[in-house]
Design a protein around this ligand. Structure first.
Ligand code: URA
Length: 428
């Protein structure tokens, strides 16, 4: 075999070869230890983007990413562990009602989440809008929370030792045009989820204008790759492909989405958020081998009880008033008719410009900023009726947000639009 050095590994993949297990282990380990330079790893990522990886290579790459840090182990918990991962969408607050709901069904939900970057919000940013709530929870405390039958769910930041090679590689891919490789995306997501120590996993792979993947074929390919990686690693994994052409629910923004999630836990909330929460909860409960009925548990108020204890366990006050932005601006319907389109990407970008999201890692976000949607596709509207309320603490952002929204809404006089199908497919 060719000597194990970065250049020969890059050349092998550049020329369409299949990397050996030894080459993959060496290059990922070398990158973690600083022997393989960032520019070499970037070149390899570009070669992988063009040439792809086989199922064996992707599984080995994932295993090497996991081995770059430590793997958590929750097998001694008294309840089965199950987690959910979403590839990210606009208004996607589903983790907030879902984690306590599935905990109330009897599972332990260890949810390591991220902060938002760009047009999709991050779960930690949303929860950080609750006064006192802390994202950093040590492993020992995480275990206590998961074992406590009155809580059972923890949503927290991943520690520095969880797949550190992926953290560095993802940052490189972000600035070298190499994010869009299905095997690299699949191994990036799954290395973190497998290292997190969950026994079962449900993936929500978003498809549409507001999603990372715009076509159902691309989403199906990613979902299949992730389900295979999970199962190969002994994690019971299924994926739902779900629509992301229009935002989920009626809010996009941190505190606005927390308030909407609390409405769902209280038995109300928008129909699409309830539908997706229950669909994912049913999958999670089944993957965990439990036989609770999530709809019944939600209606009973037990999911709300778990929300309250879950927020308190991380220092938050579930009764505190949520932050409200200081300035608002209303977008009104120009004519009467049926709303036929409300574009997810435009709403996501506008919410981000208003201050709900960040352009660079580490930037602050505004808790109260975002967009409320007063009508969704299929709703009849009258001329002058408020369609959107924009919220921000920095009113100089209104102009850019309004420009982003300029072509985001269509109203047609006599259209017959049914709300679109939300759950497009199931893999696994
Ligand atoms: N999310 C990740 O964690 N990794 C990717 O590569 C893409 C999305």
């Amino acid at each position: 075999m060719t000597a194990l050095d970065a250049v020969s590994i890059i050349r092998a993949k550049r020329d369409g070869g299949e990397l050996t297990d030894a080459q993959i282990d060496w290059v990922v380990d070398g990158f973690t230890r600083g022997i393989v330079a960032d520019e070499q790893m970037s070149a390899l990522a570009m070669a992988i983007l063009w040439r792809g990886m086989t199922r064996r290579e992707t599984a080995r790459w994932t295993a090497a990413m996991i081995s770059s840090g430590s793997r958590m182990d929750f097998t001694d918990l008294p309840r089965p562990t199950v987690d959910k991962h979403s590839t990210g969408g606009v208004g996607d607050k589903i983790t907030l009602p879902l984690a306590p709901l599935v905990a109330a069904c009897g599972a332990a939900v260890p949810q390591l989440s991220g902060r938002g970057l760009g047009h999709t919000g991050g779960t930690l940013d949303k929860l950080e809008s609750i006064p006192g709530w802390q994202a950093d929870v040590g492993v020992a405390r995480m275990r206590e929370i998961l074992a406590d039958p009155a809580i059972g769910a923890v949503v927290c930041a991943a520690g520095a030792d969880l797949a550190p090679a992926d953290k560095r590689l993802y940052a490189l891919r972000d600035v070298t045009g190499t994010v869009e490789s299905i095997p690299l995306i699949a191994s990036s997501i799954m290395s973190k989820k497998i290292a997190e120590g969950t026994a079962a996993l449900v993936l929500d792979v978003k498809v549409g204008t507001g999603a990372f993947l715009k076509t159902i074929d691309g989403a199906r390919e990613l979902a299949t790759a992730m389900v295979e990686l999970g199962r190969d690693a002994g994690v019971n994994t299924v994926a739902l492909l779900t629509a992301m052409d229009t935002p989920l629910g009626r809010t996009a923004g941190n505190a606005l989405e927390v308030a909407e999630s609390v409405e769902v836990l209280a038995g109300g909330g928008p129909a699409d958020v309830v539908e997706l929460t229950l669909a994912l909860a049913r999958e999670m409960v089944a993957q965990a081998g439990l036989d609770a009925d999530p709809a019944e548990v939600l209606a009973s108020g037990r999911a709300m009880d778990h929300w309250r204890t879950m927020i308190q366990a991380q220092g938050g006050d579930p009764d505190a008033a949520l932050p409200v932005a200081r300035h608002t601006e209303i977008v009104r319907a120009e004519s009467a008719g049926v709303l036929t389109r409300l574009d997810a990407m435009a709403v996501g970008i506008a919410a981000w410009q208003l201050g709900a999201g960040r352009a660079r890692q580490g930037d602050p976000v505004q808790a109260g900023a975002g967009i409320e949607m007063h009508a969704k596709p299929g709703d009849r509207v009258t001329a002058g009726q408020p369609l959107l309320t924009l919220h921000t603490d920095t009113p100089d952002t209104f102009a850019a947000a309004l420009a982003s929204l300029a072509d985001s809404v269509s109203v047609e006089p006599d259209a017959d639009v049914k709300p679109g199908v939300l759950i497009l497919d199931r893999i696994g």
